[in-house]
Design a protein around this ligand. Structure first.
Ligand code: GLA
Length: 393
């Protein structure tokens, strides 16, 4: 190599090294920019919401992402008071039933937006037996116990802890249910973590441990109306439920113990069907539920968290998909809404203006030996997750 060539070679190596340093520097800058952007992509804000008649302070947390989704959760009942998601024109609007003040939530209402526990759905005669000992629960649905009893988790104050990751915002709620509260054995420590992601999904992670053998079946009781027009019934929503079987009930909505095939019945939602299509069908189960108020036996129970159900409102284009690791889902078509409870901005919530998709174990499981068990032992971790994912089509 002559001197000139050697010189050029030397300069090139130096410049390459320099360029390399420059590039690495730029990359670092870029990474930093991404992280900053990610950190800003979600936000959480805390505000005082009010004071209960018993004098307890209640806060409300607003979780927002960058895709137009916003959820308000209060520490009373872990209730989702508001959930806004975009329609197909990109306009974010309210999609859950709710009130505009705490006082209204503390009065009797059908679990609007609430966390349900210690046991979602009905327990026949409010009784069950564990290791030969019979437990008597607080009853609130004629002779039966419904949704954890009159003073269930929907009416207690949860403590809250905020967390913010790059792409999501979480609110971790905690409640310690005392031994024999509402008749249930064992001190139960419960965590429910709501996480808003930047793909317009809301995860609900339920965790619990006990110091005495007990039963647990937690769920979320939001009433959706994807049209955002709460004066309009949800009958045009198209529902799918990935279930071949149903948990049929008696006149008191207590399971008969059998599981029946949905084929050729109004309960077949394996292909999208409007809520209204068969809701008035001459069918014994429809009659008993006054419409849909049943638990479906979800398919693929060995697959962990998987698709369970969806709801689509053609007018707004909003699609809600529900994923869960639970064996069942209660689809309730708002049959007991009767025009007595106030809407946020005037008017009242009329018959079937909201629907619930409550992921859970089957009703009355503690008294049904063939249903998957809801028993929780000391040393075990109850852990289950449900995701509500919104999009448009
Ligand atoms: C659940 C029950 C219904 C009704 C509603 C609230 O979905 O299964 O029967 O109690 O909650 O009214």
């Amino acid at each position: 190599m002559n001197v000139l060539k050697r010189c050029i070679y030397g300069i090139s190596i130096t410049s390459l090294a320099f360029l390399n340093i420059q590039c690495k520097g730029n990359q670092k800058e870029e990474n930093k920019a991404n992280t900053t952007q990610k950190m800003d992509s979600v936000s959480i804000e805390k505000k005082e919401y009010g004071t209960t008649p018993a004098g307890q302070k209640v806060d409300v947390y607003t979780l927002k992402n960058q895709k137009g989704m916003e959820v308000n959760i209060m520490t009373y009942g872990g209730i989702i008071t508001s959930l806004k998601v975009p329609n197909k024109a990109g306009v974010s609007e309210e999609v859950v039933i709710g009130f505009n003040n705490l006082e209204q939530y503390t009065k009797a209402n059908p679990y609007f937006g609430a966390l349900i526990g210690r046991f979602g759905n009905r327990i026949a005669k409010g009784k069950f037996t564990l290791d030969g000992k019979e437990y008597k629960l607080a009853t609130n649905n004629d002779a039966n116990a419904l949704h954890g009893g009159p003073e269930g988790f929907h009416r207690v104050i949860w403590t809250a802890e905020e967390a913010k990751g790059g792409d999501n915002a979480s609110l971790k709620l905690k409640y310690v249910s005392k031994d024999m509260e509402e008749g249930y054995p064992g001190n139960l420590t419960v965590f429910v973590t709501y996480t808003l992601n930047n793909d317009n999904s809301l995860d609900v992670l339920y965790e619990a441990t006990t110091d005495k053998k007990t039963i647990v079946n937690l769920t979320q009781h939001s009433y959706f109306n994807l049209s955002s027009d709460f004066a309009k019934p949800i009958l045009d929503h198209e529902i799918t439920i990935d279930a071949d079987k149903l948990v049929p009930v008696d006149a008191a909505l207590i399971p008969t113990g059998k599981l029946t095939d949905v084929t050729n019945t109004p309960f077949d939602f394996r292909r999208a069907k409007t809520v209204g299509k068969d809701i008035e069908a001459k069918d014994d189960q429809i009659k008993k539920g006054l419409g849909y108020d049943h638990c479906w036996v979800l398919n693929n129970q060995d697959k962990g968290e998987r698709f369970a159900a969806s709801a689509y409102d053609p007018t707004s284009g909003r699609l809600l998909e529900v994923f869960t690791d639970q064996p069942g889902i209660q689809f309730y078509s708002g049959n007991f809404l009767d025009g007595t409870l106030p809407m946020r901005n005037g008017g009242t919530y009329a018959h079937r203006t909201g629907f619930c998709l409550e992921t859970q174990h089957y009703p009355d499981a503690p008294n049904q030996k063939d249903f998957p068990s809801t028993v929780l032992n000391p040393g075990e971790n109850y852990k289950t997750k449900t995701t509500f994912k919104f999009s448009v089509k």
